[in-house]
Ligand binder design. Structure first.
Ligand SMILES: [Zn+2]
Ligand SMILES: [Zn+2]
Length: 347
């Protein structure tokens, strides 16, 4: 038996004892050390995400140790019990045209841990071995749990097609916004304006390299972006919120011919100024999750201290999970990421 935090209906999550999963022959059972709460799961917690039906174990940003493995995985000789690992939670087929062309996140057969497969808010989680990655030397298990959100940021920055001479604006300084800020810096972008309602998060963005931080309570962020970019608008605008207002702001803040990257999934539908998109040839793209290569890049950048969340990460026991989902929805304050510790974490 194992302890798991089970979503049982809108705003209801309880720690339950359930059977420990048995790894299939190509699978690995991971003893979870850290499991992050993802912004995309907050709407699920409220019962507003059709993909997350109760009963369900959330959690897809995690790290831990190899606890057991199936027969074929064992005979591959690649893995040993006790190995420090993280895993790409987007389980894909590996055979379709999308997978073979390195866009695994678009695989029509994809299954995400925490949506269609049991997630990592539990003492143990199982996943096919081909999605498991060893934690590189020098990277802590705690930081390795950030690989998944960091990979989302790597993808968003890749699609932004940014050059060192470019200016960028990012709406939303939650974990994905903060990580995208750092990912854009890896492309040499130095003018990065960040916008958020939360002043704690803006202050953190400043310490992580934002050239300007804007709180909409202090004035129209669009006017500020315009004046900070000499009247032309930003070359790159990233929405890391997913609300209609921030999606619209991205289009309006962008220079003609610039690039808008939408990554936040908060609202299902939004109205956008399409004629403006046409007349200014704004290139608008969605950015979903990450490819396998993006995931590896994120792990390498984390290990090299090129990206991360050096502040505001809180570690809490699994039992406090439900209360923290609540708190993240109502008042995140200076928290950049909540890591649940299902128990038995080794350094
Ligand atoms: Zn996530
Ligand atoms: Zn596929």
């Amino acid at each position: 038996m194992l302890k798991a935090l089970v979503y049982e209906g809108p705003s209801v999550m309880n720690v339950r004892r359930i059977d420990t999963p048995v790894p299939g022959e190509d699978e690995i059972l991971i003893r979870v050390a850290y499991s992050g709460i993802c912004g995309s799961e907050l709407s699920g917690f409220l019962g507003k995400n059709a993909l997350r039906k109760p009963p369900m174990i959330f959690g897809h940003e995690f790290s831990g140790t190899v606890a057991a493995m199936g027969s074929r995985t064992e005979s591959s000789g690649e893995w040993a019990v006790g190995d420090l690992v993280t895993a790409n939670p987007l389980v894909t087929c590996g055979r379709c045209e999308k997978c073979l062309s390195g866009r695994q996140q678009l695989c029509p057969e994809r299954q995400l841990l925490s949506a269609s497969l049991p997630g990592s808010n539990a003492e143990y989680v199982k996943i096919p071995a081909s999605f498991v990655h060893k934690v590189p030397d020098g990277l802590s298990l705690r930081d390795a749990a950030l690989t998944e959100p960091a990979a989302c940021a790597v993808r968003a920055a890749e699609l932004a097609d940014a050059k060192p001479s470019h200016s960028a604006v990012i709406f939303g300084m939650g974990p994905i916004g903060l990580l995208t800020l750092q990912a854009l810096r890896q492309y040499g972008v130095r003018t990065i304006i960040t916008v958020d309602m939360n002043r704690d998060r803006l202050a953190l963005a400043g310490r992580l390299g934002a050239s300007r931080t804007l709180c909409p309570a202090d004035g129209d962020p669009l006017e500020a972006v315009r004046s900070l970019t000499g009247g032309r608008g930003a070359d790159v605008a990233v929405d890391a919120v997913g609300a209609e207002i921030t999606r619209r702001h991205c289009v309006s803040a962008c220079t003609a011919g610039g690039r808008v990257v939408l990554t936040g999934l908060h609202e299902e539908e939004s109205s956008l100024p399409v004629n403006l998109i046409i007349r200014s040839e704004v290139r608008l793209t969605g950015s979903f999750a990450y490819s396998e290569l993006n995931f590896r890049t994120a792990l390498r950048w984390l290990a090299g201290n090129r990206i991360g969340l050096p502040e505001g990460v809180v570690e809490v026991p699994l039992e406090e999970g439900s209360a923290w989902f609540d708190k993240l929805i109502r008042q995140p304050g200076n928290v950049s990421k909540v890591l649940l510790k299902p128990g038995g974490a080794r350094p």
